[in-house]
Design a protein around this ligand. Structure first.
Ligand SMILES: [Zn+2]
Ligand SMILES: [Zn+2]
Length: 247
């Protein structure tokens, strides 16, 4: 692979590609004073913000139909995502055969749309600063270009990823809290039309209540009595969201 190339003009790049006709061409998301220098002498000026959304990392139910893994150490094999550690011999290496089906790609697309919503609405980037590319395989690449992101260091980039994935999110900072009203305990929560994670929490809970079975409510840790009450009063609960929410 030919690396560390830099070009002063588009025509210089065109000529290089014509002369060499490589089968694949990649470019760095970073900006350098001197791209052709050694890594430590390039002079890092900044980098675009890039998200890689890959169906591999989304736990779709169809994976158990089309993905297989085998432990090369003992021959133990299974379907779906590899278990991380071989249940038979404990080895952590696997040979996998994976496939991204229509459902997997749809799942990647849905995650990409969620991310775009956050970049536009929560972070306030403009559509002009954002590009979306099919990764050519199992997902999408989302590029954000612009002076606001170029100088961000790795800690700042990690913060953005944490925000986007909801890591370390404290619901009490997003309008969800327990208060007392006399002897009663009241849960207050965000509204469906709130901005950012507030609205996202409200919409997520609404969608869950809309379709959840009694078993689903049990699975998220509610007592059976509460689960029954929720199922029986589903209509009223959803209706109350038109005002201030049922919290
Ligand atoms: Zn094994
Ligand atoms: Zn699939």
């Amino acid at each position: 692979m030919l690396r560390h190339k830099g070009f002063k003009s588009p025509s210089e790049l065109h000529k290089f590609l014509r002369d060499l006709t490589p089968s694949n061409v990649y470019y760095s998301c970073a900006y350098y004073e001197n791209p052709e220098a050694r890594m430590d002498e390039k002079g890092w000026l900044g980098a675009d913000l890039i998200f890689d959304i890959d169906a591999d990392h989304i736990p779709t139910p169809c994976k158990k139909n089309h993905d297989t893994w085998i432990c090369p150490n003992c021959g133990f094999a299974g379907r779906g995502e590899n278990p991380g550690k071989c249940p038979n011999c404990g080895s952590e290496k696997f040979e996998t055969r994976i496939w991204a089906c229509e459902l997997c790609l749809e799942a990647a697309k849905a995650e990409t749309l969620k991310l775009l919503d956050m970049l536009l609405e929560d972070f306030g980037f403009s559509e002009k600063e954002i590009s979306v590319f099919f990764s050519g395989h199992r997902g999408y690449h989302v590029h954000v270009e612009g002076s606001a992101v170029r100088g961000l260091d790795s800690v700042a980039r990690k913060e953005i990823v944490d925000y986007v994935s909801g890591l370390g999110l404290d619901p009490s900072f997003h309008g969800l809290r327990l208060t007392r009203y006399g002897a009663a305990r009241l849960i207050q929560g965000p509204n469906l039309d709130d901005e950012g994670w507030r609205g996202r929490i409200a919409k997520g809970v609404y969608d869950f209540v809309l379709t959840a079975s009694e078993e689903d409510f049990l699975r998220v840790g509610l007592p059976r009595k509460t689960a029954k009450t929720l199922v029986e009063n589903r209509g009223k609960i959803l209706e109350s969201w038109k005002d201030n929410g049922p919290w």
